[in-house]
Design a protein around this ligand. Structure first.
Ligand code: NAD
Length: 257
């Protein structure tokens, strides 16, 4: 039987075919899950519909959701309750910081830039988890995406590093809150992948090449490496794991040289 047969889940954060959320969507769909996919803005909708019809056998439910808008979040869960009656997993693959915050030095981060980055990249995990809990009476699994910049200085990652540190802490606190309900929550710390968001970080391409030459595996990771790990975390195979940050980075973070 397929790993996610009979399970229903939502994926936040598909912008295009390069998005980590898209690689994850393909893996979850191939594993038999019923999926709901959200998009941030109408301008992503047409492209996303085409991507889905070209690639997925069972079409997911597509819903708009800007995570800065609580009404849109509530609407997502109202529709899921109506259509599916329950939810088994959530993938949160969302982050944003203004380009000006990723160009210069961290010390120059503006108050507004800090607030926006933390609201969209970190608080959104709570905002989408809280209203999902009543739809998970039999337990569930939540997965978010983070990066090594939470604990190490990465050139130009700046306020996103702070947002990711807070995100990983949120994962631990939420794991504490939700464990007694049988809901697990974990973060995947992905190595660099060439996506729309990643290209917003100054010098990203050079950094990507450097990392690829310096991982223990001697390569960069690919979207499907992250997708397979997300599939594991969404499935019952990871039933004993919660509150963790799991690295999918070809081993880069273990190196001391
Ligand atoms: P991406 O640009 O494809 O995805 C980012 C997504 O965030 C987009 O779909 C965008 O629409 C969404 N988003 C931004 N603001 C939003 C809002 N207000 N409401 C709803 N959605 C919003 O880039 P990606 O690299 O696939 O990023 C996905 C996640 O993976 C992010 O959390 C990112 O930090 C993390 N990550 C990426 C890398 C990498 O190198 N690409 C490495 C580690 C972690």
């Amino acid at each position: 039987m397929l790993l996610l047969h009979g399970k229903t889940g939502i994926v936040y954060g598909v912008a295009n075919q390069h998005s980590l959320a898209w690689h994850i969507t393909k893996a979850l769909s191939a594993a038999g899950a019923n999926l709901i996919i959200t998009y941030q803005h109408e301008r992503f909708a047409a492209k996303l519909k085409k991507l889905i019809s070209d690639n997925l056998e069972s079409p997911p439910l597509l819903l708009p959701c800007d995570v800065q808008d609580d009404e849109q979040i509530e609407n997502v869960y109202r529709q899921i309750e109506r259509e599916f009656g329950k939810l088994d997993f959530i993938v949160h693959s969302i982050a944003y910081a203004g380009r000006e915050e990723l160009d210069g030095d961290f010390i120059d981060t503006s108050r507004e830039g800090f607030r926006t980055a933390l609201e969209i990249s970190t608080y959104s995990l709570l905002a989408i988890t809280r209203p999902a809990v009543p739809l998970m009476p039999a337990g569930g699994s939540i997965v978010t995406l983070t990066y090594l910049g939470s604990e190490r200085i990465i050139p130009h990652y700046n306020v996103m590093g702070v947002a990711k540190a807070a995100l990983e802490s949120c994962v631990r606190y939420l794991a504490g809150d939700l464990g007694k309900k049988g809901i697990r929550i974990n973060a995947l710390s992905a190595g660099p992948v060439n996506t729309l968001s990643a290209r917003g970080i100054k010098g990203f391409t050079g950094f990507l090449n450097y990392v690829g030459e310096n991982t223990p595996l001697g390569r960069n990771i690919e979207g499907r490496d992250v997708a397979n790990a997300a599939l594991f975390l969404c499935s019952d195979l990871s039933g004993g794991i919660t509150g963790e940050t799991i690295f999918v980075d070809a081993g880069y973070h273990i190196k001391g040289y």
